[in-house]
Ligand binder design. Structure first.
Ligand SMILES: Nc1ncnc2c1ncn2[C@@H]1O[C@H](COP(=O)(O)OP(=O)(O)OP(=O)(O)O)[C@@H](O)[C@H]1O
Ligand SMILES: [Mg+2]
Length: 332
């Protein structure tokens, strides 16, 4: 059975279409990733699936319940770890979890037992009675994850679970997320704009850009769909078309295009094709000033499907600014 079914989902804010005819399904027990740049529509989609927003049109069913008509039932079986910081600095870890349990009307005794369990699961037992203001960023994120698990959700939604964390902490969070799927069989829907994260963690990935889903598959199939290695060249030229034509004549070249000042070439057996390509270009008097060879990664997949690069640094300034605003608001 599908844990999540989304059919032609649309959400517009005035003229802006944040989610544009999105359709996909997530299997039970699957770890499904929503990968896209800032403003792609990831949080909007999560907010609809978790009943925080009403769709403009289309349909979404979560755990067998319609997110609009049966919102209350959906809420009972899902957990949400939102993108913005939600734990209270002035409370201890345990107090935060008990507060959260109150929102779900868990009885006090049961809640206490459960809080101990989830704190143990996320390795926070020793910090349980410390105020959250003394926690590191990674500990906070783990506490938020713990809060999302308090009421034993079947389906867990994680919006950018590792945003702004250092590499080591991100890896630790991934391991906890994997554990939830592997040991508890939880269905997990997460959003991210870290491609390595999506690649290493997710069973399947949907790539979303400007509210549209442009590709859905396993990370492996997405990478294979590019059909070879990627060579990027910076070449002195008068007319890019001439260079593209020249490169395309080489047998093992599958595709060549000029993008953002670079020639992007998809080839079979990059190691063998590259010297041939350089020789061909040089013979025609084109000086090659830079060469990069890449094995296909999700970065290349993203570029292929959207025509734009998705780099983590792309959103970093905006992200840092937003995080600062959240912290300021929390302090006020
Ligand atoms: N309440 C709202 N009112 C108006 N526009 C909105 C609202 N919420 C989101 N948007 C717009 O919808 C688009 C999608 O936003 P969304 O937050 O879903 O993106 P995202 O993929 O989560 O981005 P990020 O990676 O920055 O979190 C953006 O252009 C955003 O400005
Ligand atoms: Mg978002």
């Amino acid at each position: 059975m599908s844990a999540i079914i989304v059919e032609r989902l649309v959400k517009s804010f005035g003229k802006l279409i944040a989610v544009n005819e999105a359709s996909f399904t997530v299997d039970e027990g699957e770890l499904f990733g929503f990968l896209g740049p800032n403003g792609a529509g990831k949080t909007t989609t999560i907010n609809i699936l978790t009943t925080l927003l009403i769709p403009s049109s289309g349909k979404a069913v979560v755990g067998g319940f319609d997110v609009v008509a049966e919102a209350e039932k959906v809420r009972r079986i899902i957990g949400l770890v939102p993108q913005d910081i939600t734990v209270d600095d002035d409370l201890t870890g345990m107090e935060n979890l008990m507060l959260h349990a109150g929102l779900y009307h868990l009885d006090r005794q049961g809640a206490k037992r459960r809080a101990k369990e989830v704190l143990e699961l996320l390795n926070l037992t020793d910090a349980a009675n410390r105020k959250v203001e003394t926690y590191s960023g990674g500990m906070r994120k783990r506490l938020e994850l713990a809060a999302g698990l308090m009421h034993h959700p079947d389906i867990l939604f994680l919006d950018e679970p590792t945003l702004g964390l250092d590499v080591q902490t991100r890896t630790a969070i991934w391991n906890y997320v994997k554990k939830l799927r592997d040991e508890l069989g939880m269905t997990i829907f997460l959003t991210t704009h870290y491609m390595d994260e999506a690649d290493a963690l997710c069973d399947r990935i949907a790539i979303i850009d400007h509210g549209r889903i442009v590709a859905i598959d396993t990370p492996k199939s997405l990478k294979n769909s590019l059909g070879g290695d990627i060579i990027e060249l910076e070449v002195m030229h008068n007319n890019p078309e001439d260079v593209v034509q020249l490169i395309n004549k080489i047998d093992s070249v599958k595709k060549a295009a000029f993008m953002d000042g670079l020639f992007r070439v998809t080839v079979e057996r990059g190691e063998e094709t590259l010297p041939m390509m350089l020789e061909t270009l040089l013979r025609k008097g084109h000086r090659v000033t830079r060469v990069i060879m890449k094995k296909p990664s999700l970065e290349e997949v993203f570029l292929e499907y959207t025509g734009r690069a998705l780099r983590a640094e792309q959103g970093s300034w905006e992200e840092a600014f937003r995080q600062r605003m959240i912290i300021q608001r929390a302090r006020a």
